[in-house]
Design a protein around this ligand. Structure first.
Ligand SMILES: *Cc1c(COP(=O)(O)O)cnc(C)c1O
Length: 375
């Protein structure tokens, strides 16, 4: 039996079907009571005053930045290692990304790389990425730096649903945070969906306006705005699934611990969420210089492993005009050659983790000491 990377169809339980039926019967499909209920519930779950549902995580980044006053001519400092959508979100706000390097352990923004950038570059906002649901060892230092330089922090929390640092939920630290509910995320819709979380009432009001074409009165557009509305079917599914998020995250964390125990002693490293950070275990990411060969070996053993991400943002042609803090991001670029994500989702069984771990062990057993391959 193949072990797929995820099993998204199997996750659509009867409650989810009922939620969809409820919306079909209501005849209300975009921005209605389900969206309002979800916004309230999600804001409460992370401890912020406001949440505004939008069409995707990418839009949430763009609208949060725009509502925070960021636009053309501004520069937004972000992590050099993330999905391209982080930088796309910045770009669509009209701003230019400034990429800074990440920590080798967490692959999250390194405050040590941010500090000189804040001194040398004109930066109007910092957009840290809670990559794989972590925050990094220098998260506290990063917040202090932003505070000292009076630069707003907008969190890319698209992988961090329910993750905590020092007991506080990620996505509640910054001026605002962007969440995604893409079907592969810890809290998943059945299509595209996103949300801006904030305790800044004026910022929330601006996002609310921007997502619907910046209308004042109905059919009177005060500015360009976007069409980035959250639909009722997605919101109903999210309402159904939100209460199960803590348990699903605990299950992910337990499976991640099992992976760590089972792969102990092998010549590989785990990407970790950072000290004092209870990550969301969004992905189980290991690092090895023999990443491509290991992936091929797992493929042969019937196990799907994926690469998040095969290129740093500094290496993407789409962002070649971005600035690079310190001129280079060697940690991010090395990570892109070494990271491998193993299957991790709440529906994965211990037996499957054992099978995957055995396959990884078999791969390294074929190697000579020192890393050379014996074949
Ligand atoms: C998924 C994701 C996004 C984009 O969210 P979409 O809903 O796919 O637009 C942005 N940043 C990170 C870190 C993500 O994981």
């Amino acid at each position: 039996m193949r072990i797929p990377f995820q099993r998204l169809a199997a996750d659509a339980d009867p409650g989810v079907r009922q939620a969809v039926e409820r919306v079909l019967a209501s005849g209300r499909f975009v921005l209605g009571p389900e969206v309002e209920a979800f916004e309230r519930a999600f804001a409460a779950s992370i401890g912020v005053a406001h949440a505004v549902g939008v069409a995707s995580g990418t839009d949430a980044i763009t609208l949060a930045l725009t509502a925070a006053g960021i636009g053309p001519g501004d520069r937004v400092l972000t992590a050099a290692f993330s999905t391209g959508y982080t930088a796309i979100g910045i770009r669509h706000a009209g701003a230019t990304p400034v990429f800074a390097d990440v920590e080798p352990g967490s692959l999250c923004l390194d405050a040590g790389a941010v500090a000189p950038a804040l001194e040398e570059q004109e930066v109007q906002a910092i957009l840290p990425v809670h990559l794989f649901g972590g925050a990094g060892a220098s998260w506290g230092m990063l917040l202090e730096l932003a505070d000292r330089h009076r630069v707003p922090v907008i969190e890319d929390a698209c992988q961090a649903h329910g993750a905590r640092s020092s007991g506080r939920v990620l996505g509640s630290f910054g001026r605002a945070a962007a969440f995604s509910f893409y079907p592969t995320k810890n809290l998943a819709a059945l299509g595209d969906a996103g949300l801006v979380a904030t305790s800044d009432e004026a910022l929330a009001a601006r996002v609310r306006s921007l997502r619907s074409g910046a209308q004042g009165k109905r059919h009177h557009h005060l500015a360009l705005g976007w069409n980035s509305r959250l639909d009722e079917i997605q919101a109903a599914v999210l309402n159904e699934r939100l209460p199960g998020l803590p348990e699903a995250n605990q299950r992910r964390a337990a499976l991640a611990r099992r992976y760590r125990e089972s792969l102990d002693g092998l010549p590989l490293r785990f990407v970790t969420p950072g000290p004092g950070v209870e990550g969301s275990s969004h992905l189980l990411v290991i690092r090895t210089a023999r990443r491509d060969a290991l992936r091929e070996h797992l493929e042969g053993a019937g196990i799907d492993a994926l690469v998040h991400y095969p290129a740093a943002l500094t290496e993407q042609p789409a962002f070649s005009d971005a600035a690079v803090a310190g001129g280079a991001c060697p940690v991010a670029e090395a990570a892109a050659r070494e990271v491998l994500s193993l299957p991790l989702h709440p529906g994965l069984s211990e037996h499957e983790v054992n099978r995957i771990a055995a396959a990884v062990r078999a791969f390294f057993a074929r190697q000579e000491p020192g890393g050379a391959v014996s074949e």
